[in-house]
Design a protein around this ligand. Structure first.
Ligand SMILES: [Zn+2]
Length: 285
């Protein structure tokens, strides 16, 4: 399944709004349908669970698309309000997709990320707010801290950690990128302090967050493992394993195979599309 989602995201380019919306709705519908089938209860019919998950996933996909589309407005205007509107809409969309793929009621759990922090609001008989830390996102934050200085004003303005750096050179790349994103931590050098570059990097942060819906496929295995001991229970209480980071990097790598141009990678094409189509001259990473 991972391979299927991977190849579909790699081969289906988003060249206009209709294609982009269709791509997000269709891919989230598939993720929701398959997840609901994987997570169905023993008494539930597989086909019914799949269809219900598909419909819910499609609704989430529309919000995911809407959130990314607002990054275009941010890139054009540099207004932080667009970045936040985008972040909230995107988080709503991903919450719907994760609910769909977890085979639970559409509006039951809402999650929101701020850097390596994950807040989860569960609405049942009573509302419950839960905090967990995401280790790979924390790793990205620490890595970014070694490459630059966290800029609080910019971080609060756009809703993702933003670091200003003097040097973003990386091994095996013969130019210095003007922007770099690891998990959801964004680094910009002197030439990257531009709303289009920042918009492009915000999309990379979303790409990492979006693959999180695939974590739901391991819901049952994870629950079994977390209930094994007191230690694993405590881990599960405070830590959300953002394994999507590993998948996201694997998919990025698969997307880069056989390309003649760096920006042939679908991940880069998507980031360019939503940030206002940076040209090849606007070299970034
Ligand atoms: Zn990029």
């Amino acid at each position: 399944m991972f391979a299927f989602v991977s190849s579909s995201s790699i081969t289906w380019s988003q060249k206009n709004d209709v294609q982009a919306a269709t791509f997000n709705v269709a891919s989230c519908a598939i993720v929701g349908g398959v997840g609901a089938w994987v997570n169905k209860s023993p008494s539930q019919k597989g086909g019914r669970a799949f269809l219900s998950g598909m419909l819910k996933g499609a609704a989430g996909g529309l919000c995911v698309y809407g959130g990314k589309r607002m990054i275009y407005s941010f890139s054009q205007t540099n207004h932080g309000g667009w970045a936040w509107a985008s972040k909230v809409t995107h988080a709503v969309g991903l919450s719907l997709v994760e609910n769909a793929a977890s085979n639970r009621p559409l509006l039951s759990v809402w999650h929101f990320h701020f850097g390596f922090n994950r807040l989860e609001l569960t609405i049942g008989n009573s509302a419950q707010l839960r905090y967990r830390m995401m280790p790979f996102a924390l790793g990205g934050f620490i890595y970014a801290s070694t490459r630059g200085r966290l800029n609080f004003a910019e971080t609060l303005r756009v809703g993702q950690p933003v670091f200003f750096s003097d040097n973003l050179r990386i091994p095996r790349v013969d130019f210095e990128p003007v922007g770099l994103t690891v998990a959801n931590s964004i680094m910009l050098n002197e030439n990257g302090r531009d709303s289009k570059v920042l918009g492009h990097e915000l999309i990379h942060a979303y790409q990492y967050e979006e693959r999180g819906y695939l974590n739901t496929y391991l819901n049952q295995a994870r629950e079994r493992w977390l209930n094994k001991s007191k230690l694993t229970k405590t881990y599960g209480q405070w830590v959300y394993t953002d394994a999507n980071f590993v998948l996201d990097n694997l998919f990025y790598y698969l997307g880069s195979i056989g390309n003649t141009c760096y920006f042939d990678n679908p991940y880069e094409q998507e980031a360019n599309f939503y940030s206002g189509r940076l040209s090849y001259r606007d070299i970034e990473y």
